[in-house]
Design a binder for this molecule. Structure first.
Ligand SMILES: [Fe+2]
Length: 212
């Protein structure tokens, strides 16, 4: 089996949303639809696929801003980290910067906390608890594919920030250890939030704390 992953960098913070499917399948998954729902829908449509589920790694606004419109347009169930469900249900109350949104809130259809094996779109995804960047953060690992969707646990050349509410550095390091135990990091494709360096400089200039 091989995997097709399309990356869409969306919104002002350049969050990476991923559309994932088993190659040739007419069923796809969307991971972390942060913004620009029309663009994500157009991509799925161009693939000739239907969205079977929407998966959230964590509920920082840049990862969930397009969840509600996408869920409504597709009817796909939304999988959300259990303890972050209240954030998805009231997104704007948790947006720390002016000038973003408004984003529509959503009541999660399903919850995850780590330890689950989700059978969706012909794939099996192991859910791994990876808190630290946020308290309920999870990573989705595609069984047999050496591919993980790790949200903001790892950044290009760095790790996720831990200074937002619920963040904790020691917890994050333990999560990274857990990921290393789960996956051979040298051969695993890590789909994460990788900011273009020029864009990172611009974002940080405008929003000094905006780093995922
Ligand atoms: Fe984040």
């Amino acid at each position: 089996m091989s995997l097709e992953v399309r990356q869409l960098t969306v919104g002002a913070i350049a969050e990476n949303c991923f559309v994932v499917r088993r190659e040739g399948s007419d069923r796809a998954l969307v991971v972390d639809p942060g913004e620009e729902p029309e663009r994500i829908l157009a991509e799925v449509e161009a693939m000739g696929a239907a969205v079977e589920a929407i998966l959230i790694t964590h509920c920082h606004f840049d990862h969930i801003g397009a969840v509600a419109p996408l869920a409504k347009a597709t009817g796909a169930p939304v999988y959300c980290p259990e303890i972050e469900v209240p954030v998805l249900a009231d997104i704007m109350a948790f947006v720390p910067y002016a000038g973003f949104g408004p984003y529509e809130s959503y009541d999660a259809d399903e919850t995850v906390k780590g330890g689950e094996a989700l059978e969706l779109a012909g794939l099996v995804l192991d859910v791994i608890a990876t808190p630290g960047h946020s308290p309920g953060h999870v990573t989705y690992s595609v069984r047999g594919e050496e591919a993980i969707f790790s949200g903001d646990v790892l950044f290009q050349g760095s790790v996720g920030r831990v200074d937002l509410p619920g963040g904790d550095g020691a917890t994050l390091l333990r999560s990274i250890q857990a990921l290393l135990g789960h996956a051979d990091i040298s051969t695993t494709e890590i789909y994460t939030h990788v900011l273009d360096e020029r864009l990172r400089a611009l974002v940080l200039e405008k929003h000094p704390l905006a780093n995922g």
